[in-house]
Design a protein around this ligand. Structure first.
Ligand code: IMP
Length: 416
């Protein structure tokens, strides 16, 4: 029997999980997504061809890998179908849990309308209907992928749900599809997706029992977790490692190595507290050099210094065995680099994560920068100051760095 290795984002998402997952996906028999939806996204280049992934697991580029979209995902069928068009011969290589919840166009309209109404207090969601789809699931008014197999029944059921929410939808100004249009849409989804719908819970058990290697690909990041993140400025799923269990039907003993993906600095897209944000020159340089623009929404990401307090917290929450430290090269050329090792809150210095980051200010230590790490492929070849920075992160966060990325190139990766 084997265990499932897990990749999890440690900050506010966009840590560079894609590069690590793409690399690892080549080595695993099964690659799974367990939460989130098409709010996630990364781009992969293979032999000069660009692939955009949102819902399909990264194992899709490994012809031998089986790819599973677990029950914890909220699935937008139109987005998935569009994404699937990039690939051939997916039958028998891609499976969607019949228990995953549907994210339909009206969820996005509701998401966007609610954000508009919130004005300055908006969360800054991706507008993809993620929150409303999960809200329906938790309210027990959601609809599941398995229901796509009987479109007429599903259509009836959705129309009933929408009718019961009519007053709210009217107030939000959300117009709904006619029954005929909805049925046609659902029939299209059935045609395209029925061959992929499966009991993936049993599949992941069978795969592990048969000794297959399995990679669980986290989406978003720990600080966006609905329970443990910077609520309410979070996404609507459990992005922490425990979410991978509920999102696939695994138990905690099924989990093997947990790799936390950490960026050498910090970014956040959308609103919400960000203690180490740098709105001056340094933050702008990180954004420019790191090409910090969201793959899903095209929004510019906010940038700032490494926050060891929240990373230490995230490492403990996820049970990280190691970190993959990404984008170290983006800090090349800085005269000094800063690490936040504590917060000031109500006049006191704290080194643990409070339940809200709204009123904390960062306490920094400053270290000398290094010349250039871009393209370096061995630890020994790194400048001494870069090594010091890495060792300091390990000491402050209590987790060893096992992988270092020194450029977007797949080969510019140091394995320790
Ligand atoms: P939602 O997931 O679209 O509801 O957005 C909620 C918050 O999570 C917003 O701040 C988004 O910017 C953020 N978010 C959602 N998905 C991602 C992601 O894949 N990377 C980074 N931030 C994300």
């Amino acid at each position: 029997m084997s265990k499932a290795d897990l990749i999890v984002g440690i900050q506010w998402g966009d840590e560079g999980k894609g590069k690590i997952v793409d690399r690892l996906a080549q080595e695993y028999d099964v690659v799974c997504r367990s939460q989130g939806g098409h709010n996630a996204g990364h781009t992969i280049w293979v032999d000069g061809v660009r692939y955009a992934l949102h819902l399909v697991p990264s194992g899709v580029l490994n012809p031998k890998a089986c790819n599973i979209i677990g029950n914890g995902v909220v699935l937008n069928p139109a987005s998935l179908i569009e994404e699937m068009r990039q690939f051939q011969h997916l039958e028998g290589r891609l499976f969607i849990s019949d228990k995953a919840h549907l994210n339909l166009p009206y969820h996005a309209y509701i998401d966007q309308a609610k954000e508009r109404l919130k004005g300055e207090k908006a969360i800054g969601t991706t507008g993809k209907g993620i929150g409303p789809a999960y809200a329906d699931k938790i309210s027990r008014t959601g609809h599941r992928v398995g229901e796509l197999l009987t479109p007429a029944l599903l259509c009836e059921s959705i129309m009933e749900t929408l009718a019961s929410q009519q007053a709210i939808l009217d107030a939000l100004g959300v117009s709904l599809p006619s029954k005929e249009a909805l049925l046609e849409e659902l029939e299209g989804y059935k045609k395209a997706l029925a061959p992929f719908v499966a009991n993936t819970t049993q599949m992941v058990w069978d795969a592990l029992d048969a000794g297959k290697s399995m990679l669980l690909e986290g989406a978003q990041g720990t600080l966006l977790d609905i329970d443990h993140g910077t609520y309410p400025f979070v996404t609507s799923s459990n992005t922490v490692s425990a979410g991978a269990c509920t999102g696939l039907g695994l138990n905690p003993k099924d989990i093997g190595t947990v790799t936390g993906i950490v960026k050498a600095y910090t970014t956040r897209v959308g609103h919400g507290p960000f203690p180490t944000e740098d709105t001056e020159e340094a933050g702008k340089t990180m954004a420019d050099v790191g090409k910090e623009v969201g793959t899903t929404t095209g929004r510019r990401r906010r940038c700032g210094w490494f926050d060891a307090v929240s990373v230490r917290y995230a490492s403990r929450l996820n049970g990280c065995d190691q970190f993959a430290l990404m984008k170290l090269d983006v800090l090349d050329g800085f005269e000094t680099v800063k690490i936040c090792y504590a917060y000031m809150l109500d006049g006191k210095m704290i080194e643990t994560m409070p339940s809200s980051l709204e009123n904390v200010t960062p306490v920094y230590e400053e270290m000398e920068g290094w010349g250039k790490v871009a393209g370096v492929r061995t630890f020994d070849a790194l400048p001494e100051n870069a090594k010091r920075y890495i060792r300091r992160i390990e000491a402050l966060c209590g987790t060893k760095v096992g992988i270092i990325s020194t450029s977007p190139d797949r080969n510019d990766t140091i394995l320790l």
